[in-house]
Design a protein around this ligand. Structure first.
Ligand code: 0A1
Ligand code: ZN
Length: 877
């Protein structure tokens, strides 16, 4: 066990490793409670460092069985809870043989080697390998691995590890073995092993260079019929990375294993990706359109890591965004190419605003590349992933498409096989574009969401538009004074007929339709604008900033109607909806709408019925901004109940105004075609379900939703209809009957039952904590499985503001109790749950006090693991 208080690790203290391990041979004898691991390490001194004669390797909670150096026992060895120290090691390369014993069954932290439903599997990122054997467990030590796994054949007929398969065969007493060799040097966090009674579905892919790759997707027995979409997504990912980035796969096999107990979404271990089964298993009757889309993008994400993460890895964990931000950017581009680009962009921005903006504006804010941490597992954040991806996206805008591609090629070329840094990455783009990126690099170093304010002035006589822009970056923990950033603001100037004014470049300030704001304040002048234009800024959400522009309501409505970039059209509409709901919240606690709402409400009817627009886009346009985002935009002293009321008031007004048109449209969308997961069919269902929600607001009995629930032949409509019933009419008889039917049909499928847990958790209002407590008694709710806890408790705390933020603190106490129970067995899960307190300082006084009390009580808990303590300490600071 590592210390509860922990020490702070600083980027500025980075030093190369003293010892390197060019090759490793591991032998595992799998046993549920006492697995024996034999590691033979080829160890040598780092040529550039001058260590003393002491070797220090990392360990965590393992038992040392034996230790030999160059074949001889070692006397001068010290073992602490987290280290193995050997004094007086030779100067010449030597062999270290380490035998350790571990207990996979007792490993509920799901880090290192553990058992999931009887299947042995590993999770080594970030620091799990040290729970398997003693090792320099850091990403800048790269080794070639050879692995031999031995196990009873009946328990574990399938034995997998990284790389290519080698010898396999039977052993005495019903045991067997399999050997694997991975020729590509890799850090220990990419090591993986799987052993169990799992079943593979197979396919093949021929790479652009002619390599024939055997693809396998392994799942628990009985789930093999749900692997087709994952394999299809994998093949499309492999082809896309060749076509778009010129990246080819580099082994003879690529395996994916789906396990049911997993702390995150998935893991990119070299040649052996391990997945949370939620992101692999799909068929029409158990997975929704959202599940299909998530599987597609996560399979792609893990596959793309083969180049961005594996072939080029991180020098240290501060560089996490080097692999994560870049790989998220790549999976975004993939999904945009597979589906509708504007629709995907809307989803990305919604996620950024609901998850990353609150992080960046609260006590857990940190730079995309942090400079200090106590627990690295707490830095797998929306900032590192989503903002990290936005930074790469901006980089492309700043250097241009051609230099971006050239910079990527240079990066792959120059750093293949390296453990690299953000500086290495940026240097490639400086060279490719022949421009310095020093100011741009601030996106990696300065935390906080920049704020841009814009004043517009149009001089009719001169035909001149003047934009005065001002930027500021708010103070964040440990960073008070901020430098101005390089903010690319894509824009257009519209004529009243919807056409664009042509825009000439202005040296570095305006280029290709982008204003490059680099100063704290700047003035941009456009001449030859012969009539008052409508200004559209931040097109495509070209930078992760908040924008405040003095723009008349009529211009905003114009953009929501005529912006020809569909993402940006949604952005204009979303801004109008947000402002309307917040005005209602401020003026009347959400009870009544401002007069200005009338024209906007009319616009929703126009959009819904506009057949020229993609149905998926219309569905998103009709989805009002979420309560979390509204609450953040509302500023300080927020009352989430009033935010909820304000959103509902606006929603009800839209529903009432368009009742007939929405009903007709809804009826026209119902289809008898059999289910297909493609984007157009999914878009139709999304629009249908959004309309169903509007229509049910004013219905007495939920009959329409019940009818859809009964006729549905796919999980999207079945769960979608049930969700409308559960959230709109939680106590109705129709809801009770539908819910019982759902449980009856799917009670044996935990992933489907998770959907029900999520619905229960999201029912708004004062009864929410009681309902969640009740759901915890359901036999399906198992607290050692992160998916169950996330479905119920994280949905409650993260997606039900009016239910979670009860002024009496009951929601907070519920969360704290779960954290207390979960943390001792699974610290990472406990820490993730604790992040849901992150916005407590923005709430009204009663809630703030209640949250503060709960957080203080939690902090005083004995034996709180470092992961949780780190989050609580920072949240309270
Ligand atoms: N690298 C993975 C995410 C991941 C991180 C940590 C894990 O265990 C603690 C597991 C997965 C990815 O980006 O997909
Ligand atoms: Zn990743």
């Amino acid at each position: 066990m590592r210390s509860e208080v922990g020490t702070t690790i600083n980027l500025s203290d980075y030093a190369p490793p003293s010892y390197l391990v060019p090759s490793v041979a591991l032998t595992f004898r799998l046993h549920p409670n006492r697995t024996i691991v034999k590691a033979v390490l080829d160890v040598r001194r780092h040529p550039d460092t001058a260590p003393g004669d002491e070797l220090v390797f990392d360990g965590d909670g393992i038992e040392l069985v034996s230790l030999r150096l160059n074949g001889a026992p070692v006397d001068d060895v010290e073992i602490t809870p987290d280290q193995l120290r050997i004094a007086g090691v030779p100067h010449e390369p030597f062999t270290l043989e380490i035998e350790t014993a571990i207990d996979p069954e007792a490993n509920l932290a799901l880090s290192g080697l553990y058992r999931s439903n009887g299947v042995y599997c590993t999770q080594c990122e970030a620091e799990g390998f040290r729970r398997i054997t003693y090792f320099p467990d850091r990403p800048d030590v790269l080794s070639v691995y050879t692995v031999r796994i031995e196990a009873p054949k009946a328990d574990a007929p399938v034995l997998l590890s990284n790389g290519n398969p080698g010898a396999a065969g039977d052993l005495p007493d019903g045991w067997h073995f399999a050997e694997w060799h991975d020729p590509w040097p890799k850090p220990s966090y990419l090591f993986a092993l799987v052993g169990g009674d799992i079943v593979g579905a197979f396919d093949r892919f021929t790479t652009m260079g002619g390599r024939d790759v055997k693809l396998g997707v392994y799942v628990e027995r009985g789930k093999e019929s749900r692997t087709g979409w994952a394999i299809d997504s994998l093949k499309r990912s492999m082809k896309w990375d060749e076509d778009v980035f010129g990246r080819e796969y580099d082994l003879d096999v690529f395996n994916i294993v789906a396990v049911s107990d997993f702390n995150m979404g998935a893991m990119e271990n070299k040649g052996l990706n391990v997945f949370n089964d939620k992101y692999v298993l799909a068929d029409p009757t158990t997975a929704t359109d959202t599940d299909y889309a998530n599987i597609e993008t996560i399979i792609a994400h893990e596959y793309f890591h083969n180049w961005t993460g594996n072939r080029i890895t991180c020098r240290d964990w501060f560089q996490l965004c080097l692999k994560e931000g870049l790989t998220v950017y790549r999976d975004h581009e993939f999904s945009a190419d597979m589906r509708s680009r504007p629709v995907r962009r809307i989803a990305e921005v919604r996620l950024l605003k609901s998850a990353q903006f609150p992080e960046d504006g609260g006590p857990l804010a940190h730079p995309v590349r942090p400079t200090a941490y106590r627990e690295i597992n707490n830095f797998y954040t929306a900032t590192v992933y989503e903002k990290g991806s936005e930074v790469v996206r901006m980089l492309r805008i700043v250097v241009g498409d051609d230099a971006f591609r050239a910079g990527m090629d240079l990066y792959f070329d120059r750093h293949d096989g390296d453990a690299a840094t953000i500086e290495d990455f940026l240097a490639c783009f400086e060279e490719a574009s022949n421009r310095p990126l020093t100011q741009f690099a601030l996106w990696y170093h300065q935390a906080g969401t920049p704020q841009v304010t814009v004043e517009t002035d149009y001089d009719t006589a001169k035909g001149r538009l003047t934009l005065t822009m001002h930027q500021s970056v708010p103070a964040t923990p440990d960073q008070t004074d901020k430098e101005p950033m390089h903010i690319p603001i894509a824009f257009a100037l519209f004529r009243p007929d919807g056409s664009h004014f042509p825009i000439a470049d202005q040296s570095d300030l305006v280029k290709n339709g982008v204003i490059h704001l680099t100063k704290r304040r700047d003035t941009i002048i456009f001449d030859g604008i012969e009539e008052q234009p409508v200004v559209s800024l931040l097109r495509g959400f070209s930078a992760p900033v908040t924008l405040d522009i003095d723009q008349p309501e009529t211009d905003r409505i114009f953009l929501a109607r005529h912006e020809d970039d569909l993402y940006t059209r949604w952005q204009a509409l979303d801004r109008l909806a947000t402002d309307t709901i917040l005005a209602s919240y401020r003026q009347s606690n959400g009870e009544t709408l401002p007069a200005s709402a009338t024209s906007l409400i009319g616009l929703y009817g126009e959009i819904a019925g506009d057949e020229t627009l993609d149905a998926a886009w219309r569905a998103l346009a009709l989805t009002l901004p979420g309560e979390t985002t509204l609450g953040r935009e509302a500023g300080l002293n927020v009352d989430p109940d009033a935010i909820h009321v304000a959103r509902e008031t606006f929603l009800a007004a839209i529903a009432e105004r368009h009742a007939t048109a929405f009903a007709d449209l809804y009826d026209s969308l119902l289809s008898d075609e059999s289910y297909r997961p493609d984007a157009p069919s999914a878009g139709r269902r999304a629009l249908e379900l959004v309309l169903l929600d509007y229509l049910t607001v004013s219905e007495a009995d939920g009959g329409r939703a019940r009818a859809l629930f009964d006729r549905a032949d796919n999980m999207t409509e079945e769960a979608g209809a049930l969700e409308v019933l559960m959230l709109r009419q939680p106590e109705s008889g129709e809801t009770a009957t539908a819910r019982a039917a759902f449980e009856n049909r799917h009670g044996d499928n935990p992933l489907v039952m998770d959907k029900l847990l999520g619905m229960i958790a999201r029912i708004p209002g004062p009864d929410a904590p009681g309902r969640v407590l009740q759901a915890m008694t359901h036999p399906n709710y198992i607290e050692t499985n992160p998916n169950r806890v996330r479905a119920l408790v994280a949905s409650f705390a993260g997606a039900n503001p009016s239910g979670f933020h009860r002024p009496d603190g009951s929601g907070y106490r519920l969360l704290a109790d779960v954290i207390g129970r979960v943390a001792s067995q699974n610290p990472q899960l406990g820490a993730r749950l604790a992040t849901h307190f992150r916005s407590w300082k923005g709430l009204d006084a009663a809630r703030r006090d209640a949250a503060h009390k709960t957080l203080s009580d939690l902090r005083n808990m004995r034996d709180l693991p470092l992961d949780v303590r780190d989050i609580i300490d920072r949240t309270l600071s």
